[in-house]
Design a protein around this ligand. Structure first.
Ligand code: DGL
Length: 270
C-alpha cells in the first residue's frame, strides 16, 4: 500500500498548486492528478452538483489504487466537508490546514478569505477560523472571475484585466485591515504576485494547496504510508478536456515544465 500513488483532484488546474508542494516535500512519492477541466468551474454550481462531480472524481482516483485522496479544491473541501469520510483511504481537504496556518499567522486577528461563490456561501473557512480563534474577524470575498482568468492564462502581474478585477475583489480586505489572507481557492496562488502588489508586503498570504501538502506528509507518516522507494516518483495527469492547454498552463502552476503523461478521459465512459 505505501508504494501506491497519492491521488490529488480539483475541478481544473488549481490543484497543481498542491502537487507543486507535494513534489517539493516528498519527491519520491508517485502522484496521480485528476483535473475536471471539461466541467470547471465548480464554484458557481449548487452543492448537489458539486457533490456529484466530486464523488465521480474521487472514484476515478480510487480506481487507480491511490493510498490517499487530497481534495485540492476549496469549493469541494468547503461545501462537501464530509465527502471523504467513507473512503477506504485517508482523505484531506484544504480548509482545516489553511485555517490553522492563518490562525497561527495573524497578529491582529483580522483574517480575509478569498474563494469561489460556493466556498464563501458555505462559510466553512469562517467556521474553522472562529473555532480556532473565537474573537477573530473574518472578511470573505467571492472571486469567481479569478477562476476564469486563471484557467484562461490571464495570470501576468501586469495584466490590466487581472489588475482591475483584483483591485475590486480586494477592496473589502483593505477596508477591514486584514493582516492574513487565505487564498481559499487553489487557483489563486498563481496570481499571488498581483494580490501581493495590491495588499502590500505586510499581509501574509496563505496558499491553501501548499498547506494541504504539508498536512499530507504528517498524515502519511502517522499512518506508516510513506513510500520506501528512494528514487524520484512519477506524476500522471488526467483531464476531461483537451490536454494541450493543460500542459501549457500547468507548467506555470508547477513553476517548471510539466513532465509526465497527460491523458484525456471521458467521464461518461467510466
Ligand atoms: N480550484 C477550485 C477551488 O479551489 C475552484 C475553481 C472552480 O472550480 O470554481 O475552489
Amino acid at each position: 500500500m505505501k508504494n501506491q500513488p497519492i491521488g490529488v483532484f480539483d475541478s481544473g488546474l488549481g490543484g497543481l498548486t498542491a502537487v507543486k508542494e507535494l513534489q517539493i516535500l516528498m519527491p519520491e512519492e508517485d502522484i496521480i492528478y485528476f483535473g475536471d477541466t471539461g466541467r470547471v468551474p465548480y464554484g458557481t454550481r449548487g452543492r448537489d452538483t458539486i457533490r456529484k462531480y466530486a464523488a465521480q472524481d474521487m472514484n476515478f482516483l480510487l480506481r487507480h489504487d491511490v493510498k490517499m485522496v487530497i481534495s485540492a479544491c476549496g469549493t469541494i473541501s468547503s461545501t462537501c466537508a464530509d465527502i471523504g469520510a467513507a473512503l477506504p483511504v485517508p482523505f484531506l481537504g484544504i480548509v482545516e490546514p489553511a485555517a490553522e496556518a492563518a490562525a497561527a499567522a495573524t497578529a491582529n486577528g483580522r483574517i480575509g478569505v478569498l474563494g469561489t461563490s460556493a466556498t464563501v456561501n458555505s462559510k466553512a473557512f469562517e467556521h474553522h477560523l472562529k473555532k480556532l480563534l473565537p474573537g477573530c474577524s473574518v472578511t470573505q470575498q467571492a472571486c469567481p472571475l479569478f477562476v476564469n482568468l486563471v484557467e484562461g492564462g490571464f495570470v501576468a502581474k501586469t495584466d490590466p484585466v487581472l489588475q482591475l478585477v483584483a483591485r475590486r475583489y480586494l477592496e473589502p480586505m483593505i477596508e477591514n485591515d486584514v493582516d492574513t489572507l487565505i487564498l481559499g481557492c487553489t487557483h489563486f496562488p498563481i496570481i499571488a504576485p498581483v494580490i501581493r502588489s495590491i495588499m502590500g508586503p505586510g499581509v501574509t498570504l496563505i496558499n491553501s494547496g501548499a498547506e494541504s501538502a504539508h498536512r499530507a506528509i504528517q498524515v502519511l507518516e502517522a499512518q506508516g504510508l510513506r513510500t520506501d522507494r528512494k528514487t524520484a516518483g512519477t506524476a500522471s495527469y488526467f483531464v476531461t478536456d483537451e490536454v494541450q492547454g493543460f500542459a501549457r498552463i500547468g507548467s506555470q502552476f508547477l513553476g517548471r515544465e510539466l513532465t509526465g503523461n497527460v491523458t484525456k478521459i471521458d467521464m461518461d465512459s467510466l
